[in-house]
Design a protein around this ligand. Structure first.
Ligand SMILES: [Zn+2]
Ligand SMILES: [Zn+2]
Length: 359
């Protein structure tokens, strides 16, 4: 095969299927065939005009793929590796980070590659940016030097694995932020509130339960609450359970009411991690006296580090239920429907597309 297909986003809900030649790889680059590409909520926000995004571009940043080529060896050039070590081989099934970092700037050197000063992002680059095949809604993707890539274990299916690269890595980073703010290695003995049980909230639920947290989840959808309970959470009703207090509140809904209820739910010394507000939601008033008197900490998480991607893959591999919660891929040419129409099954956390899916 010498050509790839990609769905170029032209603004609003318009897409065009383009054939593009497969690029010649440079040292350190990896070409993958996209096996499954998930529809993240932020792509939906982009298409609905809720946030600015480069256009025209190829969206899609939550994918799993198979390595089909690696760049040539060259003296002093980076060798494409799994972030756990070891060179990547043709045929390896892999996931990769949303962010592509320079590795040299002050932020990268400080370990904050998620906020690299020269950051590029999968599924967020204009088609004329000089990075061909930069989005997941395509048959192939080019992974530049600086992309964290990790292998997918045999027991983890493609649909479940696709969750790792946006929702999974970010949810794990949110849990790590909470433990770091608390000065702890785990959440054992602590009460955790998860606001919003979409992909991120459900993975964060499983991640918090795995390290000992007693998790309560709030969401408007009874089906999603049911899924969270299958991962060990209990239901929190923000009205009837308003007196309950928590050590950690993780906000994934990205709504002002979600932020308010997360903050109101904290007890003395509590930590709130804001994650869901990735498009403008307006300002949310809060009572500083509550933060002062109760020694509260408020932090935010956006993007994640390579270690979070690795941990997300490990977490998703622990439970076969994840594969059920991601819908069977639609053909790439039905991307418009996958993005804009809800799944028939309300338990589905993600709709997906794939170039070789059967219609
Ligand atoms: Zn995303
Ligand atoms: Zn950098």
């Amino acid at each position: 095969m010498t050509a790839a297909t990609e769905m170029v986003w032209l603004g609003e809900d318009r897409f065009d299927a383009h054939r593009v030649d497969l690029p010649e790889l440079r040292p350190g680059e990896v070409l993958v065939r996209v096996l499954v590409a998930g529809i993240c909520g932020s792509d939906r926000h982009t298409v609905l005009g809720h946030r600015d995004a480069p256009c025209p571009s190829v969206l899609g940043h939550e994918s799993v793929g198979e390595v089909v080529a690696v760049g040539p060896c060259a003296p002093d050039a980076p060798v494409p590796t799994d972030v756990c070590g070891g060179g990547l081989q043709i045929g390896d099934r892999v996931v990769w980070s949303v962010t592509v970092a320079c590795g040299h700037c002050d932020r990268c050197r400080a370990g904050i590659t998620a906020k690299c000063r020269h950051l590029r992002k999968v599924g967020h680059e204009r088609v004329d940016s000089g990075w061909p095949l930069s989005g997941g809604y395509a048959s192939h993707m080019l992974l530049p030097v600086g992309t964290a890539i990790t292998r997918v274990p045999d027991g983890l299916g493609n649909r479940a694995a696709s969750l790792a690269s946006c929702a999974g890595g970010t949810a794990v980073a949110a849990i790590e932020a909470a433990t770091r703010m608390l000065g702890r290695a785990d959440l054992s003995g602590l009460d955790v509130l998860v606001v919003g049980a979409g992909g991120l909230g459900t993975i964060a639920t499983a991640a918090a339960v795995a390290i000992g947290g007693a998790v309560a989840v709030s969401d408007l959808s009874a089906e999603r609450l049911g899924t969270a309970c299958r991962f060990g959470a209990r239901v929190h009703d923000s009205e009837s359970d308003a007196d309950e207090r928590f050590d950690v509140a993780l906000e994934f809904s990205g709504t002002p009411s979600g932020v308010r209820s997360a903050l109101a739910g904290l007890r003395l010394g509590g930590v709130m991690v804001l994650v869901g507000a990735v498009s403008p939601i307006g300002e949310v008033a809060f009572n500083p006296e509550h933060v002062v008197r109760d020694h509260l900490t408020i932090t935010g998480v956006h993007n994640y580090e390579p270690r979070h991607l690795v941990r997300a893959v490990e977490l998703l591999a622990r439970d076969p239920l994840w594969e059920e919660l991601v819908e069977t891929p639609l053909p790439l040419t039905q991307l418009h429907d996958a993005l804009l129409e809800p799944a028939a099954d309300p338990r589905v956390l993600r709709r997906t597309v794939a170039a070789d899916a059967q219609s």
